[in-house]
Design a protein around this ligand. Structure first.
Ligand SMILES: Nc1ncnc2c1ncn2[C@@H]1O[C@H](COP(=O)(O)OP(=O)(O)OP(=O)(O)O)[C@@H](O)[C@H]1O
Ligand SMILES: [Mg+2]
Length: 169
């Protein structure tokens, strides 16, 4: 309930033009290690963090909102996957900037509903009833775009999903 109220408050701040998203250089390696530790302490499943070898990537981001984005994506990966399957977080460098993948082996999203999931109050038709309100990803998109980045999803029904956050250096 607390989370739902926080989400609604952030959305109404955004609608009123008073949502503030800071942009400062953050160390993605460091931040992802912190977030993974938080997730491991709360989510009872295998959780793998893959960082680039011998390279520290930075991005322009709001540290608190970046953490919320990752935790929302991890919460979904956990909620929409059967017990015993792992969650992988991968930090990569692309030509346009750093990218972070959150990959699960869960229920997937029907292809014709892929674009819908970022809309407010939209849930895919295969989502178990009463497990969410359909707001998390609309905030994820709002925050990522507020940091000058973008979010992408690729999914196969019954096999798993991959959400990718692209940020600016
Ligand atoms: N990793 C995933 N695997 C399968 N379906 C997903 C995944 N992430 C999101 N979805 C689908 O997208 C919908 C929207 O996700 P979103 O996080 O916005 O809402 P929610 O999880 O239903 O509720 P909440 O507001 O508590 O986050 C979900 O209801 C689900 O149908
Ligand atoms: Mg959610």
């Amino acid at each position: 309930m607390r989370g739902l109220l926080d989400d609604l408050l952030e959305l109404s701040r955004s609608d009123s033009g008073i949502l503030s998203i800071s942009n400062e250089p953050i160390s993605l390696n460091e931040k992802l290690v912190q977030i993974s530790t938080l997730a491991r302490n709360t989510i009872p499943r295998d959780f793998h963090l893959v960082l680039p070898k011998d390279k520290c990537l930075t991005a322009q981001a709001d540290p608190a909102k970046f953490q919320q984005v990752l935790l929302d994506l991890i919460e979904n990966a956990n909620k929409y996957s059967p017990e015993g399957t792992p969650i992988n977080i991968v930090l990569r460098e692309e030509a346009e900037g750093p990218a972070i993948d959150v990959i699960d082996q869960g229920i997937g999203i029907p292809p014709e509903e892929l674009d819908l999931v970022f809309e407010r109050f939209q849930r895919a038709s295969n989502a178990p009833h009463k497990t969410g309100s359909g707001l998390g990803l609309s905030l994820v998109k709002l925050f990522v775009e507020g940091m000058g980045g973008r979010i992408e999803v690729a999914s196969r029904l019954g096999q798993g999903s991959q959400f990718t956050v692209h940020l600016r250096t």
